[in-house]
Design a protein. Structure first.
Length: 155
């Protein structure tokens, strides 16, 4: 299967690229959007590239690179009563929610702000540059991934 590329959003108060650099890998749990869940469950594969995006930051933007280190598997936090990600509709026999694991690749010297992404002509079709785009897991093309990686290393 060909390698795919993704943009994954996380708020800095929850987890940052610096946390990932320290931890080296982490689970990407707690996603409660069906479209994002479907990407994680059905399409993300080990080795896929990830643009790590800091959302609700000042400024918001891509802070580094990661890769998928474990493909989609049930989000076991959805089964734990009392956990913030608990969902009584999700069971071990019939899981509703999925997660992946990501591994640290690189931290950019400076953030690549959303304004830069929007201004770059090669990134006009990126989902994250579209008004109202709030999806926390988004596909990106190889070209978009390469452009953003270059912008991040150029700073």
């Amino acid at each position: 299967m060909p390698k795919r590329y993704w943009l994954m959003k996380c708020e800095p108060v929850a987890y940052t690229i610096d946390n990932l650099a320290r931890d080296q890998r982490t689970s990407w749990e707690g996603v409660r959007n069906y479209q994002a869940r479907n990407f994680m469950r059905d399409e993300m594969q080990v080795g896929d590239g990830v643009l790590f995006y800091a959302s609700n930051a000042d400024p918001s933007g891509v802070t580094g690179l990661a890769k998928i280190s474990r493909a989609g598997h049930p989000d076991y936090f959805s089964w734990r009563k009392g956990h913030k990600y608990f969902d009584p509709k999700s069971t071990k026999a019939s899981p509703v929610w999925y997660m992946v694991e990501i591994e640290f690749v690189e931290r950019f010297p400076e953030i690549v702000p959303l304004a830069t992404l929007k201004a770059h002509k090669g990134l006009k079709q990126m989902m994250v540059t579209k008004k109202g785009s709030r999806l926390s897991v988004q596909p990106v093309t190889r070209i978009e991934f390469d452009i953003v990686s270059h912008l991040g290393r150029k700073n």
